[in-house]
Design a protein around this ligand. Structure first.
Ligand code: ATP
Ligand code: MG
Ligand code: MG
Ligand code: MG
Length: 468
């Protein structure tokens, strides 16, 4: 099955099982506590919370997600992206643990035909109910059910407060025993990379307040999330998400642009993966009207874009290349997410402007940083210097950290943050202006020029927002 068929068969399976199928909600959530939609449940948070009555009590989606906490994992693990799609089914006061477990099992083993012997599951420490459903209702072998703690098997709240609960996760055994220090007795708990977490079934029955206190929710809900990229890797029998058909065309394009070969050299592979991942994230972020800036969402976009450009520079590019990669992203995703095609020229103008701006300063900043590293003898980059690089040369901290790491240096982040905070304070005091009114002139002119292509993402999903 290709990824398109997997996405479709997920939605069809749940439609057949009486779920309302909805289009992906935007990456920018209506929840003021959050920068991005980090999971399929985010648009439904008020329903989970019990604040809003649902129009539909069983829903399934394929949701666009952005996770900034995984930026540094990208390129280093086989299973993390910044932008990814989350397949999810949700029940508000309808089916609970047994229903959710049965659906997941049927979809994975009957529809996708994943071999049962390659699946493992985990449950929360004292969740005997979930344990027994796996054992007695599904007939799952007990030796492959692991009990895990809060870190892995408790989900939420997303943001400082909100719905949460214990969860049960499904893992796929990739058979990579070469990754296990202890292949005989290795389980998903060892987290060696052999077992890949593919699906999280969350039993949302509590509300956690800002002080960490739990109280029962008015109804028991189900929130599940399966990463499309990871499920596709399992179905297609590849270890790395970047080897699935969701990435192959993008990676082929990168190979062509840079005249490099994927899977030839570890260092080059990291750069290829970073560019492949970040080009998807950038496309989707800009399509929702986010512009590079030094604050909030715009800063996340800037970091992601500049990190991709830095890796482009590592592969030897001295001129803009992102839009060529973005062309392939558009080719692959426009039929599923037409909003990116509608925004094509906007995306390209924003990306190219930021790219040109960054390329001008990259050389200078890099020269300074390498000079600093070569003349230093304590293997630490001073926070004030890292801040100067950020402030004057537009070097995001994670790029400085990445370069530092290459030379076995660390960065004094505490001091960096002190300078950052000072600057923020000064900026707040000086103007009291909002982020986007201080927008860089370049983007302002682009914004003026493309006035005619109004952002319509919100209207587009308005037929679905009735559930909220
Ligand atoms: P991991 O432990 O691998 O970081 P997670 O426990 O943080 O994953 P969840 O929050 O449980 O992930 O999200 C539900 C599902 O979404 C995961 O089981 C996985 O399939 C997928 N997923 C989560 N983060 C990513 C990511 N950064 N890239 C791709 N897929 C992801
Ligand atoms: Mg994670
Ligand atoms: Mg996990
Ligand atoms: Mg998880």
């Amino acid at each position: 099955m290709n990824s398109k068929e997997i996405r479709e068969s997920f939605l069809k399976f749940f439609e057949k099982n009486d779920h309302k199928i909805m289009k992906s909600f935007p990456l920018i959530p209506s929840d003021p506590q959050l920068l991005f939609t980090v999971a399929g449940m985010v648009p439904f948070k008020p329903i989970f919370w019990g604040k809003v009555e649902p129009t539909y009590t069983k829903i399934a989606t394929c949701q666009k997600c952005i996770r900034t906490n995984d930026i540094e994992n990208v390129g280093r693990t086989a299973r993390h992206q910044t932008f990814f799609e989350m397949l999810g089914n949700f029940s508000f006061g309808e089916y609970f643990k047994e229903g959710a477990i049965k659906f997941a099992w049927e979809f994975l083993t009957d529809v996708l035909k994943l071999p049962k012997e390659k699946l493992w599951v985990s449950v929360y420490l004292d969740d005997d109910e979930a344990y027994n459903i796996w054992k007695d209702v599904i007939g799952f072998p007990e030796e492959k059910i692991v009990r895990m703690g809060k870190e892995d098997n408790w989900w939420g709240p997303v943001g400082p407060s909100g719905p949460c609960g214990p969860c049960s996760e499904i893992y796929y055994d990739t058979g990579r025993t070469d990754l296990c220090p202890n292949p005989e007795n290795c389980t998903p708990e060892d987290d060696c990379g052999r077992y890949v977490e593919i699906w999280n079934l969350v039993f949302t029955e509590y509300y956690q307040d800002e002080n960490g206190n739990l109280s029962p929710l008015p109804r028991k809900n189900i929130d599940t999330g399966a990463g499309l990229e990871r499920v596709t890797a399992a179905v297609q029998g590849v270890y790395d998400n970047f080897e699935t058909d969701l990435f192959t065309p993008i990676i082929n394009k990168i190979e062509e642009i840079f005249n490099v070969k994927f899977r030839g050299n570890d260092k080059i592979d990291v750069s290829i993966k970073v560019i492949a991942d970040h080009s998807r994230a950038v496309t989707f972020l800009v399509s929702e009207g986010i512009l590079p800036s030094n604050e909030g969402r715009g800063y996340v976009l800037r970091r992601i874009l500049r990190r991709a450009l830095r890796h482009g520079a590592l592969l030897g590019k001295k001129e803009p290349f992102m839009n060529e990669v973005i062309n392939t992203v558009l080719e692959n995703y426009s039929d599923i997410y037409p909003e990116i095609k509608e925004k094509e020229s906007f995306i390209k103008k924003i990306v190219e402007a930021e790219e040109r701006r960054f390329l001008e300063t990259l050389d200078k900043g890099m020269e300074k940083l390498i000079g600093y590293i070569k003349s230093s003898n304590d293997n630490v980059i001073d926070g004030e210097f890292a801040f100067e690089l950020y402030d004057t040369y537009g070097f995001p901290l994670d790029i400085t950290k990445e370069v530092a790491e290459e030379y076995k240096f660390t960065v004094d982040e505490k001091r960096f943050n002190e300078f950052m905070e000072l600057q923020r304070k000064r900026a707040r005091e000086a103007a009291g202006e909002k982020e986007y009114t201080k927008m860089n002139q370049t983007y302002k002119y682009i914004g003026d020029e493309i006035k005619t292509t109004k952002f319509t993402g919100y209207e587009k999903v308005s037929d679905e927002s009735e559930v909220l």
